[in-house]
Design a protein around this ligand. Structure first.
Ligand code: SF4
Length: 97
């Protein structure tokens, strides 16, 4: 399930540098940050926690119920986004905590 950012976002940008997939950008027209669901892996492959959610001061990074995805789908996305990285089979994942 990709994450999304709600209207509670205070546009601070704390999440941007935490994302391993460069999935988060500022949308000045909305006055908040947004997550590209085609780049979000719920941090699977990099961390066993969800980084944007951890650092967000306004608790506005939340799971998108309309984009429920399995670990297999998410690690496949990570591999596609980072073709030169060897994730192996013991990659960090919130599904394995
Ligand atoms: Fe990026 Fe991880 Fe947040 Fe997805 S859950 S937007 S990969 S920091």
């Amino acid at each position: 399930m990709a994450m999304k950012i709600t209207e509670d976002c205070v546009h601070c940008g704390a999440c941007v540098t935490e994302c391993p997939n460069e999935a988060i950008s500022a949308d000045d027209s909305l006055g908040r940050h947004v997550i590209d669901p085609e780049k979000c892996t719920e941090c699977v492959g990099f961390y066993d926690t969800i980084k944007c959610q951890e650092v967000c001061p306004s608790e506005s990074c939340v799971p998108d119920p309309d984009r429920q995805e399995t670990e297999a789908v998410l690690i496949a996305r990570a591999r596609k986004l980072h073709p030169n990285k060897d994730f192996g089979e013991n990659f960090p994942s919130r599904f394995r905590r």
